[in-house]
Design a protein around this ligand. Structure first.
Ligand SMILES: [Zn+2]
Length: 176
């Protein structure tokens, strides 16, 4: 697998900060002023910070193999990915795991245990990516943003995953 650090460094140099180029307040159209670590609207006082986008992903193993999903959308279209997606505004992370797993694979979540958190490059943004090890029932069928689902053994893992932190997740899994 490609070095996760090397890929992250290469991608990070092309990323535009979440607030780079912002000139007007999205709420009232007023002008924005740069403060120490955020932008502030000079009209209504709204403040904007550049934060990573929260997302969840799952590590699901059956019979010694892990379920991966091939991406049907940009960024990283066509790369193998862990099933998952973005957390909605008022949603609990465990609920997002259940919802995304069902949307992308049709599987019903049984258990979810927190594994690790990564900051992943995602297009021109960063994602706060929370990985859960899960169990689930049913037979996986690709849907939503996924074009293919496949079970991979430890010796068959893809050379390069959609996001670099996933390579650490899978390497740790393969060494267990
Ligand atoms: Zn404003």
């Amino acid at each position: 697998m490609q070095s996760a650090t090397r890929l992250l460094t290469a991608v990070a140099s092309t990323i535009v900060g979440a607030l780079d180029g912002w000139r007007f307040c999205a709420r009232c159209g007023g002008g924005l002023q740069a403060e120490e670590n955020h932008l502030r609207c000079t009209s209504c006082g709204e403040r904007y910070w550049a934060n990573p986008l929260p997302a969840v992903q799952v590590l699901l193993e059956r019979d010694g193999r892990v379920l991966l999903a091939r991406r049907g959308i940009e960024p990283r279209l066509g790369y193998w990915d862990l099933p998952g997606g973005f957390v909605e505004e008022s949603e609990l992370p465990e609920h997002a795991v259940r919802r995304e797993l069902h949307e992308e694979t049709g599987l019903a979540l049984e258990t979810a245990d927190l594994v690790r958190i990564d900051i992943e490059p995602y297009g021109d943004r960063f994602v706060f990516s929370v990985t859960y090890r899960v169990t689930a029932t049913g037979d996986p069928v690709p849907a939503d943003d996924v074009v293919e689902l496949r079970w991979f053994s430890r010796s068959e893992l893809p050379d390069e995953m959609a996001f670099p932190g996933q390579e650490t997740v899978l390497r740790d899994w393969a060494q267990r």
